[in-house]
Design a protein. Structure first.
Length: 135
């Protein structure tokens, strides 16, 4: 249920943006909009996954939220390193912006796959750690 919320809200927001753009300007580039929205959804899932991992590791809610923001900052800084900016999750926002603007960009396949793998690893680790904790 909670895993479907980001996808549902992202889809609703993207559709609304597309519809308003179509009504306002008479045309709306759906491929550019949906491609960018899908990549940013992956990026959000990655950030949420690491925030969930840190919420299991750090008992204080502020600490877990702070480390989630730290991961976001680390990815933003990591985008300056070419291998991470081409193949890793740090490439996702830049590629999404390029897709939305209709500009040339590297293939989003590796950044998308690496984001999903990293999110799955974070959720898997969070689940294993949480299952071993005493409530």
């Amino acid at each position: 249920n909670s895993a479907a919320r980001p996808a549902a809200s992202s889809s609703l927001g993207t559709f609304t943006t597309w519809a308003v753009t179509l009504l306002t300007f008479g045309s709306a580039p759906s491929g550019q909009l949906w491609g960018a929205a899908f990549l940013l959804l992956l990026y959000g899932i990655l950030a949420l996954s690491y925030t969930m991992l840190f919420s299991v590791l750090i008992p204080a809610p502020a600490g877990a939220a702070g480390t989630g923001l730290g991961i976001y900052a680390l990815l933003a800084v990591g985008a300056a390193w070419d291998p991470l900016a081409t193949f890793g999750p740090a490439a996702v926002p830049g590629i999404a912006a390029a897709i939305a603007a209709g500009q040339e960009h590297v293939s989003p396949a590796w950044p998308a796959v690496s984001s999903l793998v990293a999110a799955a690893a974070a959720l898997g680790a969070a689940t294993m750690i949480f299952n071993r904790k005493e409530l």
